[in-house]
Design a protein around this ligand. Sequence first.
Ligand code: ADP
Length: 488
Amino acid sequence: MSGPLNILYVTSEVVPFMKTGGLADVSEALPRALRAQGHDVRVVLPCYGTIPEDLKGVRSGPCSARFNGDSIFAAWRTARFPDSDMPVYLIEHDLYFWRDHPYGKGNTEYPDNLERFCFFCMAVLDFVPQTGWVPDVIHCHDWHTATIPAYIKTRFVDHPLWGAMPTVFTIHNLAYQGRFASSLMPKTGLGWELFTPKYVEYYGDINLMKAGITFASKLNTVSRTYAKEIQTELAGHGLEGVLRTRADDLCGIQNGVDLAVWNPTSDRRIPANFSVADQAGKRVCKEALQTRLGLDQKDVPIFSMVSRLVWDKGISALVTSLDQLLKKDIQVVLLGSGDLSFEQALLKVAQDNPGKMSVTIGYNEDLAHLIYAGSDFYMMPSRTEPCGLSQMYSMLYGTIPVVHRTGGLADTVTDATPGNLASQTATGIVFNTWSDRAFINAVNRALRLYGDASAFEQVRRTGMRRDFSWERSAREYVQLFREAVAAP
Ligand code: ADP
């Protein structure tokens, strides 16, 4: 098949309907990029209670799913992306999805998450035939949608539409696997015969990510390096063995950046626009950031971070290093939320360092844009990082990333070594082995770079010129879809 493809894109979050992290950004940008290349993409997600009314579209029909003899009924709605005619379907089931958060409150996951998302997957397979539109391939993302490939290869194997349907399963973050007690097996809609280590059993539990890995026609993750790392103990989170058995069907496709949203030359959320050629606006943004966050108006380097405050983001390295870092003539800006212990530790240091460090707990898209635009360095000491978007945003906004060499960070940031500076390819500071000490050393390297105005400018400008557009990645996805269609 070489013509345009019909792609059913099933996800648990997508901008602007629902966002908790990078998956939502990808789920908006990739469908748009595929559509721009002539493919018919339709996106499906749950109809969460927090989705603004004007985005919810219209109720289009009923749908249902059968689990263990019981039928559960819901509705499907048809909406559109803003400024686009691309359909977005929403599965409406108030008991499951009319909640303040998609997955849980604070650090506590909802106890019925397995039931909610298995229902979602089954409802998708029920309503799509009603639309009259026939996909060529289904694209699933992370454990929330991982049972779709399993349903297709088991209970829908004789279904006239779904029986031979190719699936592509994208792993955005292997750390979150959808692991549940075996007693919930009847609520998965999968037979007990699949509860074996070959299929969905994982050390006595159900592992939904494993279902996706096992049953999808093709697999990918979101950077080349992460695709290799997850086949090892380092980042496999216990699934490295299963992933190795599917190595021939697994590849890495780097996420891109949605340049309609993340572009310093046109971003409406920042007080002044700027470009490689005209950087005056960057200074305006820096001053606006200092004013907004109550930092001293001083010409010192600002180190920032916008992140979920969780273990794998390497937040502990920051917390332990702050005392030492704040002795230097720098300012630190942090926006994020997550583990209470990290939140409290960071707030305490900020309280002790007024005018020098600012911590904002919560989620704030406008402030995030201002931080990327107004900072000098962006800290990303992630222990593992499947792709990472923030380092790309920061480079495009002239903010130099300081990163651990892992996953997508290794693939997107070029270290400011003497060789890379000489060849004018450096875009950031990269440290090799994860430790508090290595992170502090990297910040010290960043400060030395800041002290060398011409090298600093060169690194900053090289990063701003990097091409992170989705176009190339979308073409790689199309290639993967075609491979799945050829060998479902
Ligand atoms: P992950 O998906 O693992 O959280 P990524 O770097 O891939 O990490 O993507 C994170 C995205 O979420 C970025 O767009 C980042 O700017 C955004 N983000 C994270 N925390 C916040 C926050 N507290 N406020 C605003 N945006 C945030």
